[in-house]
Design a protein around this ligand. Structure first.
Ligand SMILES: Cc1ncc(COP(=O)(O)O)c(C=O)c1O
Length: 396
């Protein structure tokens, strides 16, 4: 599939102003998303927030958001919760699993910092342990080590990062899913960086829950995310913090929780942003996620080659399979300085602190990295612009 890059750029006003290589932070949204959000905010101002939400409910726009997300990941709308971010969705599952002393939680080296905090807290609280499944020689999660650890028994949860925050690694999530499914252990997949850049199918991935955010590769508004949970896992979870969206106060001392994924939602939310998320998902599907995936992978591979040829520049991405995020260092130049020098030329990148990913970076002596992340609307010329704007290495 060849994408119409010019059309993508024409839909993206920010392309005319910046070279945006921070899609792993937050992408430039297409105008359709921005216009949807603004139109709803205007409607709220004209008629009232509750009244505007009721209209969006009545004419099916809110319901369509669930249908769209479900189509994106090949799931059922009733199993989707729309939330403010990915973390809240991920936490709803992690904190909802019942843990007993001695239970084991397996995770990977690329796990996101917020999730690590939560896993360590949960283990402390319940007398469980957190084990890191080692990486293999390619720097992706080691399936042999995973199998060994699953075979020992007592595993309450496997928490896997599909794509980490700091680099191009794509973990073999479907292989992990096949193993956890066979072992009867729930798999919680962090798809925060993969949603919108990789074609996701929860059946094929064989995960039991998947958390994602709106603002990154999906190009939705900030403050949006979603959680999908397999109904079988949902019925085993204890929703950790339901409010009146998630349940009903049915009598003076009784309540009932909902029997769908909205049990994980909060009553109050930014309806304009939720509608914008739906439009972003529709936009990605209209363009075609597998086309986006091919282009993003191709551009990132090209960028790695360009960077590797620059003296003193080292790319740190690992994994057999790679995606749109490129983590690199310029010898002797702090990553923040590289980012700021680029920013001064209106080239957006970001920094991955080594201690923001202890297990994948700092523990292994990898320094803070500059993160350049491409999207389908990125051009080959922009890759050259980045390369040519890099401050020279300071070696010796
Ligand atoms: C791999 C990964 N997981 C989780 C998150 C958290 O997502 P959110 O900020 O939407 O909660 C991020 C955000 O950068 C991420 O990169």
């Amino acid at each position: 599939v060849t994408l119409d890059v010019e059309a993508l750029r024409a839909d993206t006003p920010g392309c005319r102003l910046v070279t945006h290589l921070n899609n792993a932070g937050a992408s430039l949204p297409p105008r359709q998303v921005t216009e949807t959000v603004i139109a709803h905010l205007r409607r709220e101002a004209e008629t009232g927030g509750y009244e505007a939400a009721a209209e969006a409910e009545a004419d099916g726009r809110l319901g369509a958001v669930y249908t769209s997300i479900a189509r994106l990941i090949r799931a059922e709308p009733a199993d989707v919760a729309v939330l403010d971010n990915a973390t809240r969705g991920w936490q709803s599952v992690a904190y909802g699993v019942s843990l007993r002393p001695g239970d084991r939680i397996l995770t990977d080296r690329a796990q996101y910092s917020s999730s690590v905090l939560d896993l360590l807290r949960l283990a402390d609280r319940h007398g469980a342990t957190v084990e890191i499944v080692e990486d293999d020689e390619h720097g992706q999660v080691d399936l042999t080590d995973l199998r060994r650890r699953l075979d020992r028994g007592g595993v309450a949860l496997v928490s896997l990062t599909h794509v980490p925050t700091h680099g191009g690694l794509v973990n073999p999530a479907a292989d992990v899913g096949a193993m956890t499914r066979a072992a009867g252990v729930p798999l919680l997949l962090d798809a925060c960086q993969s949603a919108g850049q990789l074609d996701l199918d929860v059946e094929r991935l064989q995960c039991d829950a998947l958390a994602a955010t709106g603002r990154k590769y999906l190009r939705g508004p900030r403050g949006t995310g979603f959680l999908w949970v397999h109904p079988q896992l949902r019925r085993r979870l204890e929703p950790p913090w339901p409010d009146l969206r998630g349940g009903d106060w049915t009598g003076p001392r009784s309540f009932e929780l909902r029997d769908d994924a909205r049990v994980f939602e909060t009553w109050e939310r930014n309806v304009a942003a939720v509608l914008g998320l739906g439009v972003a998902v529709d936009y990605a599907m209209t363009v075609g996620v597998s086309g986006i995936e091919d282009r993003v992978r191709g551009l990132a591979a090209e960028l790695r080659t360009l960077l590797t040829d620059v003296p003193g520049v080292r790319v740190h991405d690992t994994g057999r399979e790679r995606c749109g995020i490129v983590g690199f260092e310029v010898a002797g130049v702090p990553a923040t300085e590289v980012r700021d020098a680029l920013r001064a030329r209106r080239i957006n990148t970001s920094v991955s602190d080594a201690t923001g990913s202890w297990w994948a970076l700092a523990d292994r002596g990898v320094p803070d990295l500059v993160r350049a992340s491409v999207h389908a609307y990125t051009t080959e010329d922009e890759l050259l612009t980045l390369r040519d704007a890099l401050p020279p290495a300071r070696v010796g």
